[in-house]
Design a protein. Structure first.
Length: 186
């Protein structure tokens, strides 16, 4: 690995937009299930004694832990990561506290159609795509860049939080299609 032509960046997803909605829905589901189990325990336990109520109450933490593992880390709290190495760029989503990494997009940097900051100047390039992917922690990131990939008759746009080093590495592999910005803060 050549350290001069390597860049990696990871950012946590902030709870906004659909991720805020997912957070609210998960919390509502946890509360509904807990109250439902308590109600079931009281209804079933009215004739059988308090053992059923206690049994239902013991299941509440177990169910919440399982649902948290399945839902929260998948739809609410996860990280976005991109790596530029060996002339390729790879975008991944990281779940379960870094234990599971899912590669979502991987391509040679030289084959990308356009790499530029998300500004009004390049709006015509990133609007009207067939597929949109957002790897920014927040849509209001001041370091927002996008990648345009036009392959197989399909236009894909990927938004990400750029670092100076990452853009320089991408420019090294695809100089004619990469726009460098002096306003990057990272």
């Amino acid at each position: 690995m050549n350290s001069g032509n390597f860049a990696e960046y990871t950012v946590s997803q902030k709870p906004e937009g659909k991720y805020l909605r997912n957070k609210i829905l998960c919390i509502a589901l946890y509360i509904t299930l807990a109250l439902g189990l308590l109600l079931a325990g009281f209804l079933l336990g009215s004739g059988a004694g308090s053992f059923v109520v206690i049994g239902c109450m013991c299941f509440i933490p177990v169910i919440i832990i399982v649902l948290n593992h399945l839902l929260w880390t998948r739809f609410v709290k996860f990280d976005h990561k991109y790596v530029v190495d060996s002339a390729k760029i790879k975008f991944s989503e990281i779940y379960h506290g870094g234990k599971t990494e899912k590669v979502v997009f991987e391509k040679l940097v030289s084959s990308l159609s356009f790499i530029a900051p998300v500004t009004d100047e390049y709006k015509d390039k990133y609007e009207g795509a067939d597929v949109y992917m957002d790897f920014r922690g927040t849509v209001t990131s001041p370091d927002s860049y996008f990648i345009l990939d036009e392959a197989d008759g399909k236009k894909t746009v990927i938004f990400f939080e750029a670092t100076k080093k990452a853009v320089k590495v991408m420019s090294f592999y695809n100089k004619k299609n990469t726009i460098l910005s002096d306003t990057l803060s990272i």
